[in-house]
Design a binder for this molecule. Structure first.
Ligand code: ZN
Length: 440
């Protein structure tokens, strides 16, 4: 029977949501201008920035390293990129938006007419003012992204294009931070950090994970928490390939991505569908305001695809707000600083902390006086004014815990049955244990 220490359990007790939201948003704003990719200087700069917030270890995997069925690619770096029109005017400039260049473009310096250039230009006809985000990691090509309205206005004539990039053997970088708890059982928290100037997709998850690590390091926790800041897909595959032994300790896990928009929170279940993290997230989303949504597992999405591949089948879900691909700003220049809200970041973090409370504090107990109700008033557990006692524990929560604690039902089961937040039930259990009415 789990006997989780009451101290440190209520990790949200000293949580200042407004301040956390503002600070996470400041992190997003600071990292927004950097041109990140799955390798290269922008990724390294981002990890260095994270390293000033939390003591993350940066690992470098050489290009050419085999990781399961994949190979670490050459490192991509870029200095400048532009298109000049027939009059010699710069009409597209990487310095104005790093989304203008197809991420991982090979270098090019050439003159060509509009017909030859057009196959290399990408736009969004249905969103003519936005710049799309495009990548070509594993197929060598070059290209530019621009607003559709601008593309349509290009006159015929000879254009000059320049992409001053390098694709050369180097490294894939990622960050890892382990916060040891009393138990070797681990919670794996993962976010991708490989997108350039996109706020919700990558920076929101990054900011919440950084702040979560900070919040947890200030509090006692029984579980060990491991954070990964990795480039999408290749990063999680590489980590799994090179750290396979560590996965044996993973009891719970969460991929955090797209958590800064104004939409309601959405949790995508692990491949298992009934893991403790699935139950914990379902519980906290049910009690969120507005309530969150639960989606079943699908083998598409972010890095949970790799963590939940059948050879690992880790109990890891994905926490988002509006699901990726279901908002028009997704993978466009409109996923900007206006699209991400400090309040959404703060609410997401609070939900994750609430889920951590469940993972940390769930357990099964036994009512030591199960014949009739114990006399609560004699023990100071019965509120004189009705409803609440001085410890602010709901009377009904005490009765639920006493009634259901026969050693077979966990506190989360009881919270679900009572329709009450886990924290209320956990507080009631702690009080009953103090009064020696509950064993476990
Ligand atoms: Zn993305």
């Amino acid at each position: 029977m789990a006997a989780a220490p009451p101290a440190g359990l209520f990790i949200r007790d000293s949580f200042d949501a407004a301040r956390a939201g503002a600070e996470m948003y400041a992190l997003v704003r600071a990292l927004y201008p950097i041109c990140r990719s799955i390798t290269g200087a922008g990724l390294r700069d981002t990890l260095a920035f994270i390293g000033r917030e939390i003591p993350v270890d940066v690992h470098e995997i050489p290009s050419g390293t085999t990781v399961f069925d994949w190979t670490i690619p050459d490192e991509w770096n870029i200095r400048e990129a532009w298109i000049k029109n027939p009059r010699g005017e710069t009409i597209v400039d990487f310095r104005r938006s790093n989304l203008h260049v197809v991420n991982y473009s090979e270098p090019i310096r050439a003159r060509m007419d509009l017909a030859a250039l057009k196959p290399h230009l990408h736009s969004l006809p249905d969103r003519p003012a936005w710049i799309p985000y495009r990548t070509s990691y594993y197929r060598k090509q070059w290209g530019f992204c621009l607003p559709h309205a601008q593309l349509q206005s290009l006159p015929d004539g000879e254009y000059e294009v320049c992409i001053a990039s390098t694709l050369a053997p180097g490294h894939l970088s990622y960050g890892e931070l382990c916060l040891p708890g009393a138990s070797a059982d681990e919670v794996l928290v993962s976010c991708h950090v490989c997108h350039p100037s996109l706020c919700n997709d990558n920076l929101s998850g990054l900011a919440v994970c950084v702040r979560l690590a900070q919040e947890l390091s200030r509090r006692r926790h029984a579980l060990t928490y491991r954070f990964l800041f990795i480039p999408g897909t290749i990063g999680s595959i590489a980590w799994l390939a090179l750290n396979e032994a560590k996965t044996a300790n993973v009891r719970h896990g969460l991929v955090v991505a797209g958590v800064g928009d104004a939409g309601a929170p959405t949790y995508k279940q692990s491949r298992r569908g009934d893991a403790a993290i699935d139950q914990a997230m379902a519980h906290v989303l049910r009690h969120a305001q507005p309530p969150g949504r639960i989606r079943p597992f699908v083998p598409y999405g972010y890095d949970e695809r790799q963590y939940c591949s059948p050879g690992f089948d880790l109990p890891m879900g994905l926490l988002m707000r509006t699901p990726f691909g279901e908002y028009p700003e997704y993978h466009t220049s409109a996923d900007n600083l206006d699209f991400v809200k400090p309040s959404s970041l703060a609410e997401t973090l609070e939900l994750v902390l609430a889920a951590c409370e469940v993972l940390e504090g769930d357990g099964k107990y036994v009512n030591l006086l199960p014949k009739g109700e114990p006399q609560l008033g004699r023990r100071g557990l019965y509120g004189a004014t009705g409803g609440r006692n001085e410890q602010a524990v709901d009377q009904l929560a005490l009765l639920w815990v006493l009634n259901q604690s026969d050693g077979t039902r966990s506190l989360l089961d009881i919270a679900e049955r009572a329709g009450m937040p886990f924290a209320e039930i956990r507080r009631a259990a702690d009080l009953l244990r103090q009064q020696r009415l509950l064993d476990g």
